[in-house]
Design a protein around this ligand. Structure first.
Ligand code: ADP
Ligand code: MG
Length: 650
């Protein structure tokens, strides 16, 4: 879903071609203010007070022994009190060009009720709907506040070390390379590397993970996290605009621009429904009596039908439901790039996992070394030297096993990562290959077939085979439970893709009950596998891809929704995934799925309840078997239930 990216990246262009209707549709609909909840009023005490007064007066007048025009005049007072605000809103919306809005219709219906002698009903209608409006405004405000509170991670100022000592400056004034000081207890303002000090860092505000970790000189720290125990000096690596905290905040803000399909659907529906109901009441209230007479009766029926057009809650509160989902998941360190991401996840029946770093730890360890005509140490040293600059977890394992490599040698390395295969390096005058069988085959080098199962990393120097190193990665303890939870929540097909050898992948796939396994894939094969599954998926269901942020970024853009794990500090993940899980907790995948399903279900529930109440009132109103009062109570109750549903997301 490239549409969540900054515009005009390669992959967005690709996606634009793939899903033209969806993207252009999105653009035109995006302007619909209703979907974005911006039509809601700020909460206002005065309005609340006026409503209470109107209601109390209504009750008082109801029990006064008044007749004729005195009665009408008495009811006019609460009516005026209650109609001021809706009328003001209606006028404002009319001025901005929205002709058939809720407020206009509510006011019209109230006036009609009053004109036909249904005085208390007229007042009650206004009071009810204003009540709902204020309640909803309150809920929206709360959801915005909780979204913003979770994201209170941007720095106000930064303490920079300059020639003149320590100076506080605005974060945008700090450049990469500058050294900043972060006091214990302060939030880390910018991304960088520790140059002095040892401390613990709490990443909860960005990753949702509660356990702080210890960091030392040379470790990376990310903005938005909190420095807990002691003061540190950090060399800034990225300008403020590209810092992790800034990126997260930008993602969270932009997410509001991508409404769910359900909200768009509701908006489209209401665009036709509202004028249709008005037309119907016009027919009943004007056309019928012209033909058959009985003006009062028909006008009253028309007023009842009009009540059915007062939906009151903004689009059945669907945008509010999704807004809350954004806030709830952000609090646990899961950032969706659009409200529609939840919908895609809710509808997914297939989930594809990239093995390394998602269901496995992504932390390899060397288990065995099989050198050819050299010592184990020599083989490890050659491999580790060539892997010096690789960010692959296998490289890290080999470097760990080899120990320290001579700095002077490292300076003479030119290395190229060959994705899904290994590395090709020039160490001094020597050409070194370190990687899987495919890498050696492609370069025409003969290699030994490993006698034991495992991920073999073959090494060659100047086309001479030097042996292989066996590495293993552990399956995460919680993977099994997490995958089972996915199944329980409706995922029908679990697919495992990996570049690793079949002998390693198969036992994992069968132990974790994957439905489909493809091993020994190069990155381009993985992308092709995703395309294949996308082409052959059923009906309206979607496919979610779960990968480790750093090295499956490009592949996941082919699926309906890409979920990246371990996104903290990974630019690739931040740029290409639709949903960012900041830490590596695999349980956040099923948790996001069940949240998505809940929001999706509640949205339908709300819409169905709203539509059902409307249709019932229209039908019974036309036949004259429902009183205005009953219609009002019914729709008020349904609106309350719709709003109540939004409280279930927390
Ligand atoms: P996965 O699908 O498990 O994420 P990758 O696509 O990252 O795997 O890599 C596939 C295979 O390529 C690995 O199992 C390994 O054999 C080989 N490989 C990739 N990068 C390296 C590297 N830097 N060093 C050694 N082997 C590598
Ligand atoms: Mg990988």
């Amino acid at each position: 879903m490239g549409k969540h990216l900054a515009p005009k990246t390669k992959h967005e262009l690709k996606m634009n071609i793939k899903k033209p209707t969806r993207v252009s549709e999105q653009k035109s609909e995006k302007k619909n203010a209703a979907v974005k909840l911006s039509g809601l009023l700020p909460n206002n005490r005065l309005q609340g007070l006026m409503l209470v007064c109107a209601f109390v007066l209504l009750i008082v007048v109801r029990f006064l022994p008044l007749d004729g025009w005195m009665r009408a005049a008495a009811y006019a007072i609460p009516l005026l009190l209650a109609i001021v605000d809706p009328a003001a809103d209606a006028a404002a919306k009319l001025r901005s060009g929205t002709l058939l809005n809720q407020e206009v219709i509510t006011c019209l219906a109230a006036v009609l009720l009053f004109a036909t002698g249904l005085f208390p009903e007229a007042v009650l209608l206004l009071v009810f709907f204003r009540c709902i409006k204020l309640l909803e405004a309150r809920l929206v405000e709360n959801s915005l506040a909780s979204h913003a509170k979770g994201l209170d991670i941007l720095p106000q100022s930064v303490l920079v070390l300059t020639e003149n000592g320590e100076v506080r400056v605005p974060p945008s004034a700090v450049n990469p390379g500058d050294t900043i000081i972060i006091r214990a207890g302060e939030r880390i303002p910018l991304d960088g590397v520790i140059t002095q000090g040892i401390t613990t860092v709490d990443t909860a505000s960005v990753s949702g993970q509660r356990s702080p970790w210890a960091v030392n000189v040379g470790y990376k720290v990310y903005s938005g996290c909190r420095n807990l125990t002691s003061d540190i000096k950090v060399r800034v690596t990225r300008p403020y605009a590209q810092s992790t905290a800034k990126k997260i905040v930008r993602i969270a803000e932009n997410a509001l621009d991508f409404p769910s399909g359900q909200a768009l659907y509701a908006a489209r529906y209401l665009r036709y429904y509202t004028p249709a109901v008005l037309l119907l009441s016009l027919l009943i209230g004007v056309a019928l009596p012209i033909l058959k007479g009985g003006w009062l009766l028909h006008l009253r029926r028309a007023a009842v039908v009009m009540i059915a057009a007062c939906g009151a809650t903004e689009l059945y509160s669907i945008p509010l439901l999704y807004r809350k989902a954004l806030a709830v998941s952000a609090r646990s360190g899961v950032f969706a790039k659009g409200e529609d991401c939840f919908e895609s996840i809710a509808r997914s029946e297939t989930m594809i996992f990239d093995k390394t770093g998602t269901i496995t730890e992504g932390r390899y360890a060397v288990t065995d070394v099989y050198p050819v005509k050299m010592s184990e140490r020599q083989l490890l040293t050659i491999a580790a030297t060539a892997e010096s600059f690789s960010r692959h977890p296998i490289a890290a394992a080999i470097r760990d096993a080899a120990g320290k490599i001579d700095e002077r040698v490292i300076r003479h390395i030119k290395m190229k990562e060959v994705p899904g295969r290994g590395v090709s390096a020039h160490v001094g005058d020597h050409q070194v290959y370190v990687g899987n069988a495919a890498l050696l085959e492609e370069n025409g080098i003969k290699y030994n077939i490993p006698s034991r199962p495992g991920t073999a990393v073959h090494v060659s120097v100047d086309n001479r085979y030097c042996g292989y190193i066996l590495v293993t990665d552990k399956v995460r303890r919680r993977s099994f439970d997490a995958l089972e939870t996915l199944r329980v929540n409706g995922i029908k097909k679990l697919v495992l893709l990996t570049g690793d050898v079949l002998s390693v992948a198969r036992p994992i796939a069968s132990r974790l009950n994957f439905d489909m396994l493809r091993a020994e894939l190069k990155p381009e094969d993985k992308a092709r596998a995703v395309d294949y599954l996308m082409k052959n998926k059923g009906g309206r269901s979607t496919i979610a891809f779960v990968g480790e942020g750093e090295n499956s970024g490009r592949i996941m853009s082919g699926a309906d929704v890409g979920i990246a794990m371990g996104s903290l500090g990974s630019d690739v993940a931040m740029a290409s995934a639709d949903v960012l899980i900041m830490d590596r907790d695999i349980f956040k995948v099923p948790r996001t799925l069940s949240l998505s399903k809940l929001v999706y279900r509640l949205s339908w529930e709300n819409m169905l309840a709203g539509v059902a109440a409307h249709l019932l009132i229209i039908l019974f109103g036309m036949l004259g078997i429902i009183s205005a009062f009953a219609a009002e109570v019914l729709i008020f109750a349904v609106c309350l239930a719709i709003l109540g549903n939004t409280l279930r997301i927390k």
